[in-house]
Design a protein around this ligand. Structure first.
Ligand SMILES: Cc1ncc(COP(=O)(O)O)c(C=O)c1O
Length: 467
């Protein structure tokens, strides 16, 4: 005898109208997303209160569940899939990636082991090779497919910590950190906060970081890097989150190699410059590092959540993220959980594989270079508007914009966000309030840039007419 709810679910699986409804809603969303207001309207935000309900005492009809999600959820999304979202380093997603994710959703795979998902394991093996090729890394490098660069930074620095201590006959897994030899962390004053998060989680202590001064673009000043040694993790950056600048990998990695220091590169969005003929000079020297963190869900435009950690020291990485258990079936094929903190995780590899296969080398080159060109376009158009200035050298996809005073910058940014024509966020850049414009979407056209600059101009006019 099967339960009523089980009967219902078998019926839903057979009938398929639930899936058709979800698909129709999703396709309708795609029809509108390119041209709609980028941030949800006030009405849409107010309607979120429809979700404020106690957990139902009994089962809800599945169609009602999907209807509610679509009716009040869809208008309350941020249209980051379109071409006028410039917040954080948020990307769009390629159609082929969304489609692969949809197919993968129905497979519902967890590629912890080959035995748990042969297709997941196979594609992780294939993509690992492709990534080595794209970033021109040593053949011995391997990759772990994680949720994002926050996690990838954590894994890379965990591997570094393991190796540095192991080289001093200290097994961090067994002996822990109490009384362990000191692990030095050297990084630039503009290191991303997720690097600090990793340092904190790993018990290395933010206060012990040896901070290095940076230049006007946020790049580590090479001459100010302290003496490195084999107890040091040097953390570099491919793509400053505000200016998009790149550290001097060639000089710094060479310096680290001589001293036996471990180099980790946080390349969340910037590492992809390596795939672009005219931008690959920015990543020169990355191949000499020991670990790298990068996202699919930024410059590459895979759907969220898709991060990658790569490491040339497989023993350190697998030991740092060790996984054991009598029920685990290790295979001669790839068992993905050896390279990630989680055992069970989503098979994000489907959309990563599909995106890379679809673009190929030429598509990658073209798509990412277009983002750079759009960023240059934004910078040159906004500079023509009196009252705005550009604060960085646009080497990749980031533009830092400032008004005459911090107060003006803040209020103009608020107006830009209220207008909803595009979306950008704020930051502090060398003690001044700024607006960050991150061009990170395949969908951004030259018209989107001009339309967005006009919105900035309108926001400034509105501000000026009130003061
Ligand atoms: C340089 C840098 N590192 C790390 C991160 C964190 O990446 P994620 O959001 O994928 O965890 C970001 C996010 O913007 C970033 O720009």
């Amino acid at each position: 005898m099967i339960s009523i709810i089980q009967q219902q679910m078998f019926a839903e699986l057979e009938d398929k109208s639930l899936f058709k409804k979800a698909q129709e809603n999703a396709l309708h969303y795609l029809d509108e997303v390119l041209d709609r207001n980028v941030f949800p309207s006030q009405e849409a935000l107010n309607n979120l209160s429809y979700f404020d309900e106690v957990l139902p005492a009994s089962s809800t009809n599945a169609h009602e569940v999907i209807d509610q999600l679509n009716r009040y959820g869809s208008p309350a999304t941020v249209a980051s899939l379109g071409g006028r979202y410039f917040g954080f380093v948020t990307s769009s997603a390629l159609p082929v990636g969304l489609a692969a994710k949809t197919l993968g959703t129905f497979w519902d795979q967890a590629p912890s082991m080959f035995m748990a998902s042969p297709i997941g394991s196979k594609l992780e093996t294939v993509v690992e090779k492709w990534l080595i090729d794209i970033f021109n890394l040593p053949k011995r490098v391997f990759a772990g497919f994680v949720s994002g660069t926050s996690s990838a930074n954590l894994c890379g620095i965990a591997a570094a910590r393991y190796r540095i201590l192991k080289n001093q006959n200290w097994d961090i897994n067994k002996q822990g950190l109490f009384n362990a030899p000191k692990v030095r962390i050297v990084t630039g004053k503009h290191a991303h906060s997720t690097v600090l998060k990793a340092v904190g989680i790993l018990g290395l202590g933010e206060d012990s970081i040896e901070w290095v001064n940076v230049d006007s673009q946020g790049r580590i000043l090479v001459d100010e890097v302290p003496e490195l040694d084999c107890s040091t993790i040097l953390i570099l950056q491919a793509g400053n989150v505000s200016s998009g600048s790149f550290d001097d990998f060639e000089t710094l990695c060479a310096k680290a190699q001589v001293s036996g220091a471990w180099v980790h590169i946080d390349g969340a969005f910037g590492l992809w410059a390596a795939a672009v003929d005219k931008l690959k000079h920015l990543t020169k020297g990355i191949e000499k590092a020991n670990s790298w963190a990068v996202d699919g869900h930024k410059t590459l435009n895979t759907p969220y959540d898709c991060g990658i950690v790569m490491c040339e020291d497989s023993e350190a990485m697998t030991a740092a993220l060790h996984m054991t258990g009598s029920y685990i079936i290790k295979s001669t094929e790839r068992d993905g959980m050896l390279y990630t903190p989680e055992m069970s995780r989503r098979a994000r590899i489907f959309e990563l594989w599909a995106t890379l296969k679809y673009l190929g080398k030429a598509g990658l080159n073209e798509m990412i270079y277009a983002m750079h060109e759009r960023a240059l376009q934004f910078a040159s158009e906004i500079q023509l508007v009196k009252g705005f200035s550009v604060e960085n050298k646009v080497v990749f996809n980031q533009v830092i914009v400032k008004c005459e005073s911090d107060k003006t910058t803040d209020e103009v940014l608020n107006k830009v966000q209220e207008l909803r024509e595009c979306w950008a966020g704020g930051a502090v850049w060398f003690n001044r309030k700024v607006i960050r414009v991150s061009v990170c979407s395949w969908a951004t056209t030259p018209e989107d840039i001009t339309r967005s600059v006009k919105s900035f101009e309108k926001a400034l006019l509105m501000y000026n007419s009130n003061h």
